[in-house]
Write a protein that binds this ligand. Structure first.
Ligand SMILES: *Cc1c(COP(=O)(O)O)cnc(C)c1O
Length: 417
């Protein structure tokens, strides 16, 4: 290996790229195939009826609730659907403010808007997750809930978040889309809040291509969630309220999961522990080997034991070096990127300008410009995020791949930092 960077014509650290960044899909095997084929053989791809329903979705829901440690789980069609279901289940309505961290995928904020609510953005701390002390600063009479988002495996400080939220009478949604399997103080993310939201999209730790799940402890929220996701119905309503008028029924959506998706989801869930274990070993090794490398530091992990470890986020000293660092490391065949291009979520054009699908700008129109977004809104997010370089890990990565990642980062750091 020459010290000359590959972008300058030197030999790359690796001849071939590292494995692709899809943890759940990387462990697809005979088990997923068999489960899907059973649904097809029985010609019953729909969860609620058919000639010979397997019940994959129901089984997945039961196993998921048991795994995460909640009373109920509801399977849905996507992570975004899980958020909208959660927001509607807890009663978010027109103009209600919901606290959303400045560092997250657009779906966390978009879902609030689609539910009729108004996102208000909380700054992050050096974990790049929501800073719990922001809750008190932002909460006012129209604030109803907070969405905690464990970013790329790093669990949120759920004890402090719950305490702050309760002090201000807020409900708590955990958006665990990126971090299924992460734990804070021995409990799974998604079991602390009033509702937990999960995604099974391609980039996530478990995947069915698209899909999602919502976890609940509260019966009433669960019932509202089930109804909202299925045209207002509750088809397996034993122990729950009926479709009768006096039982507070309402008009719903269709966010159902199919039996084909449920079949894959159930098998993926059985692989969660081994997926996370593999990634943890890799991440531990990489972080240890990079300890003390000039110019490389890491975001704080709120609970090292509970890090789902699907990603490593490094912070460089200076944002001016990020583009070159990312280009140089990619040229060494170590795939990396700057998470969200270094931008807080509110800098996303439609959100920034509060542009919605409705010609009257609903729901922002309902509050008459009382909430505005602009650069400068969350100073810490704007300081940390532009300095991030991130890369994914999956169970497919070998220890040799991990060693190459370390070598590549050291080489590029020596040359550029
Ligand atoms: C991926 C993601 C979502 C949305 O999940 P989809 O299944 O793609 O709809 C929501 N929140 C966060 C934080 C995500 O990363």
């Amino acid at each position: 290996m020459s010290e000359k960077l590959a972008i300058h014509g030197g030999d790359p650290v690796r001849k071939v790229p590292v494995p692709p960044p899809y943890a759940g899909a990387s462990v697809y095997g005979e088990e997923e195939k068999k489960a899907v084929l059973e649904v097809l053989d029985r010609k019953s791809p729909y969860r609620y009826y058919g000639p010979d329903v397997v019940g994959t979705v129901k089984s997945f829901e039961q196993a998921f609730a048991a795994k995460i440690g909640t009373k109920h789980a509801l399977a849905v069609s996507s992570g975004t659907a899980s958020l909208v279901v959660a927001l509607k289940a807890i009663g978010i309505a027109t103009g209600d403010k919901v606290i959303v961290p400045a560092n997250t995928f657009i779906a966390s904020a978009n879902a609030v808007v689609m539910a009729g609510g108004i996102p208000v953005f909380a700054d992050v701390d050096d974990s790049l997750n929501l800073d719990p002390s922001e809750i008190g600063r932002l909460a006012d009479a129209s604030t109803k809930a907070v969405i905690a988002v464990p970013i790329l495996g790093n669990p949120c400080e759920m004890d402090r978040i719950m305490e702050e939220a309760r002090k201000h009478n807020l409900l708590v949604i955990e958006d665990v889309a990126q971090s299924c399997g992460s734990q804070y103080k021995g409990r799974y993310s998604g079991s602390y809040g009033d509702v937990g939201c999960f995604s099974l999209q391609m980039n996530k730790i478990l995947t069915t291509g698209d899909g999602g799940a919502v976890t609940f402890n509260d019966d009433k929220f669960y019932e509202r969630g089930v109804r909202y996701h299925d045209q207002g119905m509750f088809r397996e309503r034993d122990g729950f309220l009926s479709m009768k008028e006096e039982d507070e029924v309402f008009i719903g959506q269709n966010f159902r999961m199919s039996e084909i998706t449920g079949a894959i989801a159930g098998v993926q869930l059985q692989k969660l522990d081994s997926i996370v274990d593999s990634m943890r070993k890799l991440k531990k090794y990489i972080k240890r080997e990079l300890q003390g490398v000039e110019g490389i530091s890491f975001r704080r992990i709120n609970d090292e034991e509970g890090d789902a470890s699907n990603n490593v986020i490094m912070l460089l000293p200076d944002k001016s070096k990020i583009k070159e660092f990312v280009t140089a490391l990619n040229a060494e065949n170590i795939s990396c990127f700057s998470l969200y291009d270094g931008n807080p979520v509110y800098m996303n054009t439609p959100l920034l300008h509060q542009r919605t699908v409705d010609r009257d700008g609903y729901p922002f129109s309902a509050i008459g410009g009382a909430v505005k977004y602009s650069r400068g809104l969350c100073p810490k997010a704007e300081e940390y995020l532009p300095r991030n370089v991130s890369f994914y890990l999956t169970p497919e990565f070998t220890m040799e791949d991990a060693a190459d990642i370390v070598a590549g980062i050291k080489k590029v750091a020596r040359a550029l930092l």
